[in-house]
Write a new protein. Structure first.
Lengths: 296, 438
């Protein structure tokens, strides 16, 4: 702090509005939802304190909960697996394409589009053949009629159809982050390495990868947290159906709080989600700290 | 150090003024609650569920609001227009903080109960007793909106579920009359399918649509109304043969390919449009769709039929009843008197305005006027005749059971659209949910 040559009190004053806002919009609601998760409450009338009974039901009796956790985790796994590909793509773009940033801007477009629009778009792509779905149409054209499916309504495929849309949407997002990271590595380092005979993959192995780790970490954390909160796309495309086959933790929370009107129970799901996010973030940070120390 | 002190003082002073003005504002607004028709400016929030400008309901609301504001220049009616699902959600959120709009919309019976229990709604008997408004409502209808002999909401409609069918598509598939038995219905589904026509339109992403259709079958297999009430009263369980038979019949319909591919991803509006654009031959829905079916491009081809008997059981004149969404008034309204006065004006003039806009089929109130000479379609008149012969019926599942059980039911029925399930298992699932959420 002394580096800044500003008294601590001034810093406090400048930081205060943000801290208050953060406490008001993040911490207090989280605490409130901790509290409501101990209630038997339909959200409207009187509430009854029931301790941890909601959590007991949630963890041990709710047939839809663990499958929705599994789907949410799969969501996260897919999004994380995507990131190395984004990095590879970013490196290639940076190296072989002049003005690669223009391409990156184009890839970024799905990110700024509303999830509702994307959902509607992909819904028409996934439509069954009888309703003129594009994907099925292409399959039929290729003579692969046996491969056609009603993608969003067959429980075996619906969730994967959703994963794919998210991957497609966030490809540009992670590409942008990785691309910026790659660009920020000073050219001098590569030049020096070239003199020492390290080019191409070798340069990537010993320069790009170690230097990109912090950026990589940001992508991973963002992808993970983003996936845990997967909600709008699922709501727009399948509404969690058919029969919970595409429910995620967030849609389960919504269904419980607002449709089944078990507000307390929904809060228990929300609490689980918060704690889960925290734990995962700590784990990711821990792993990356070790990795960083190892490679640098 | 001194500087920071000054900055801090300034900040605190700023915060204080903001706080003061905030207090002042709330003070003045709560003070206004006492004043009534003294010409003081009053704003009444009217939350409604008619967002589509092409529908008569949308126009009627605006017409009546404009008329009322003309007569009462001091009153401003602020419309909060949402679609049905949004409104349900918004109201629940508002109810959680006990700040519901002056006028809002609730659904009958089980769906209205939590709001009444929480003391959020004002009893409306004084509105009903003014100028004989109570007598304009159909006999028994207000019971669905009453608790402890007080009426808490005034319905905008009273509908039944019927089968609409497209005569031109039926002719194309070689069918000359709508089905009167379930076997005929299955046979017709086969014929339509063979002719390349989607037999029954549905928007099962909104899972109430499938449930609404399923409940017709249950009404028949049970040999009459009252199955769910019997379950609530502990006289029957979901494992009853009538329920299992209904699930079996419904599965037959699904297996026969009665519904569009990917039905569980189609929303209710899109489902209705499949029928109204001539893509599907039948549509089981409430008579509230009469107006929009009439007005559609295939309007002249549309006919109507009663839900067929199932395995020889049931009475054709028993229907799924759908007492409409209803106007309710916030008990904590700051302008209770004005709000009630407006609601009285609104509900008193609603039937006439609806009649003039050809929207009086399925109204909850009696209407004066001759439908034929007013130019109502033959479809509308046919439906009005059905109303005259109603022998009874059931309310929808979510108006009878509490929300938690309803949700299990809705997704259980939705599941039948995508995979075959042992009917006993479906029954078991319902019973378990019912017992867990008593």
């Amino acid at each position: 702090m002394n580096v800044l040559k500003v008294p601590a009190r001034t810093i406090a004053v400048f930081v205060l509005p943000c801290v208050l806002l953060y406490i008001g919009t993040v911490f207090i609601p989280i605490l409130v939802s901790f509290y409501t998760s101990t209630l038997d409450w339909n959200g409207i009338g009187d509430a009854k304190f029931i301790g941890l009974a909601n959590f007991h039901t949630l963890l041990f009796e709710d047939n839809n909960f663990w499958p929705s956790v599994r789907r949410t985790l799969m969501y996260a796994v897919f999004s994380i697996v995507e990131i190395p590909f984004c990095l590879l793509f970013a490196i290639l773009l940076n190296r072989y394409v002049r003005k690669g940033s223009r391409l990156v801007t184009i890839y970024f477009i799905p990110v700024i589009l509303s999830n509702v629009i994307l959902g509607q778009l992909w819904k028409t792509i996934y439509n069954p053949t009888s309703m003129g779905g594009m994907l099925n149409g292409v399959l039929v054209q290729l003579g692969l009629e046996s491969w056609t499916h009603s993608w969003l309504t067959e429980p075996a495929y619906a969730m994967y159809a959703l994963y794919f849309v998210s991957l497609w949407q966030y490809f540009g997002y992670h590409l942008l982050i990785q691309f910026t990271g790659v660009q920020n590595i000073p050219d001098e380092i590569y030049e020096a390495a070239r003199i020492d005979g390290a080019e191409g993959f070798k340069a990537d192995r010993y320069i790009t990868f170690p230097m990109i780790v912090p950026i990589f970490k940001i992508s991973v954390v963002l992808a993970f947290i983003g996936s845990l909160q997967a909600f709008e796309l699922v709501m727009v495309m399948t509404g969690g159906g058919p029969a919970h086959a595409t429910d995620t933790i967030a849609t389960h929370m919504y269904n419980m709080s607002f449709l089944s009107q078990k507000y307390g129970y929904g809060s228990a799901v929300a609490t689980f989600l918060v704690v889960f996010c925290l734990i995962i973030t700590v784990i990711i940070n821990f792993i990356f700290n070790r990795v960083e120390r190892k490679v640098t | 150090m001194k500087k920071t002190g000054k900055v801090l003082a300034l900040l605190l002073a700023g915060a204080l003024t903001v706080g003061l003005t905030a207090c002042g504002k709330s003070d003045s607004s709560s003070g206004a609650s006492g004043g009534s028709s003294s010409g003081e400016k009053v704003t009444i929030t009217f939350q409604n569920i008619s967002p589509d400008p092409t529908t008569p309901a949308y126009k009627i609301i605006r017409q009546l609001v404009a008329e009322y504001q003309k007569e009462h220049p001091n009153v401003e009616i602020a419309l909060d227009t949402l679609n049905t699902d949004q409104q349900k959600l918004k109201l629940k959120t508002q109810a959680a903080s006990r700040e519901i709009p002056d006028i809002t919309m609730v659904n009958p019976a089980a769906q209205m109960k939590p709001y009444v229990d929480a003391g959020l709604l004002a009893p409306l008997d004084d509105v009903l007793d003014k100028d004989g408004l109570r007598d304009t409502y159909q006999k028994g209808l207000l019971d669905y909106y009453s608790k402890d002999n007080k009426v808490y909401a005034l319905p905008d409609g009273n509908n039944i579920e019927v089968g609409f069918y497209n005569k031109a598509l039926f002719a194309k598939a070689g069918i000359d009359a709508p089905p009167t038995t379930f076997d005929e219905l299955l046979a017709d589904v086969g014929k339509l399918k063979a002719a390349g026509i989607t037999p029954i339109a549905i928007g099962e992403k909104d899972s109430w649509t499938g449930s609404f259709l399923f409940m017709n079958i249950l009404l028949r297999t049970n040999g009459g109304p009252g199955f769910l009430q019997d379950v609530v009263d502990g006289k029957k369980t979901f494992n009853d043969p009538a329920f299992i038979e209904a699930v079996e019949a419904f599965q037959k319909l699904v297996q026969a390919g009665a519904f569009p591919d990917g039905a569980t991803a189609i929303d209710a509006t899109a489902g209705g449009n499949m029928f109204r654009t001539g893509q599907a031959a039948m549509f089981f829905i409430g008579t509230w769709e009469t107006g929009s079916n009439d007005a559609s491009t295939v309007g002249k081809d549309i006919g109507v039929f009663k839900f067929p008997t199932v395995n020889g059981k049931g009475n054709l004149d028993e229907y799924m009843l759908a007492p409409g969404s209803a106007y309710a008034v916030s008990a904590n309204s700051e302008h209770l008197a004005e709000t009630k006065d407006f609601l009285h004006f609104f509900t008193s003039n609603y039937p006439k305005a609806s009649f003039d806009m050809k929207n009086a089929v399925g109204l909850g109130q009696k209407v004066d006027g001759d439908f034929k000479t007013a130019g109502y379609s033959s479809l509308a008149i046919e439906i009005l005749d059905m109303f005259k012969n109603i022998k009874g019926g059931d309310l929808s599942f979510d108006n009878t059971m509490n929300p938690a059980v309803s949700q299990v039911h809705l997704s259980s029925i939705q599941n039948l659209f995508v995979q075959q399930v042992d009917p006993k298992q479906v029954a078991e699932e319902h019973q378990a949910a019912f017992e867990a959420n008593k």
